[in-house]
Design a protein around this ligand. Structure first.
Ligand SMILES: Nc1nc2c(ncn2[C@@H]2O[C@H](COP(=O)(O)OP(=O)(O)OP(=O)(O)O)[C@@H](O)[C@H]2O)c(=O)[nH]1
Ligand SMILES: [Mg+2]
Length: 210
């Protein structure tokens, strides 16, 4: 058994493996159908020169059936930080897969479709996301990525933040992205890592292990 320690923290899991000297965290891209989750993960992996390392379970028309998945590892002399990255499917036919993919998540990038015609789909998807966490949602690290910024007919991000009562959430931030152009994707990823790691640092869970 490799894992010497699992830390359970308001429904979230950070796994520190002292044998392998690896810290593993899990990030999930969540959001409504066709908002750009798969495009975002692919753009992220392209940034790291790992474009071929995203594994997708998808239909013949390139819609995500279950999830996309890939890992990125950052290594210093002693420790490795291994980040497991998933996307959920936006298709409601397969919605039962979404809570499964979200299990033990450390941080969520909520990918918004900024096209004004689909505003409500984003709200419904947000409501679904928070329904999986109950009261623990207010501490969950979340980056809201207003994707498709290259479109002309976008809704106002402020309206969305007002409608979800953004100020209720403690570990949240926003970004503007255009996944199709690869813009803002790396910033989004850095931001979610910062929120996740700060959270554990604040709880003194990381230093307590040394
Ligand atoms: N204009 C524009 N189109 C985008 C952007 N990101 C994604 N798309 C397009 O939106 C469509 C859906 O993109 P996907 O990445 O498959 O979306 P998804 O959220 O993974 O979709 P599902 O997994 O089926 O829910 C594709 O045609 C993409 O090319 C963007 O930033 N701008
Ligand atoms: Mg997809």
């Amino acid at each position: 058994m490799n894992y010497q320690l699992n830390i359970y923290c308001v429904g979230l899991i950070l796994i520190i493996d002292h044998c392998d000297k690896t810290i593993s965290i899990k990030i999930v891209y969540f959001g409504p159908a066709l908002s750009g989750k798969t495009t975002s993960i692919k753009a992220l992996f392209s940034h790291f020169g790992k474009g071929k390392d995203v594994y997708s379970i998808e239909s013949t028309v390139n819609r995500t059936l279950f999830f996309d998945y890939g890992t990125v590892t950052f290594q210093n002399q002693e420790w490795a930080l291994k980040i497991h990255i998933y996307t959920t499917t936006g298709q409601d036919f397969y919605f039962v897969t979404r809570p499964i993919t979200l299990r033990a998540v450390d941080g969520v990038i909520f990918v918004i479709d900024s096209h004004e015609e689909v505003y409500d789909r984003n709200l419904i998807s947000w409501q679904e996301l928070i329904s999986y966490f109950n009261e623990n949602i207010s501490n969950l690290p979340i980056i809201i990525a207003f994707n498709k910024q290259d479109l002309e007919d976008k809704f106002n991000s402020i309206d969305f933040l007002r409608d979800i009562e953004y100020s209720k959430y403690k570990n949240i931030d926003t970004r503007f992205t255009s996944a199709i152009k690869g813009e803002g994707i790396l910033d989004c990823f850095e931001d979610i890592l910062r929120l996740v790691l700060n959270k554990y640092y604040d709880n003194k869970l990381i230093t307590a292990m040394n």
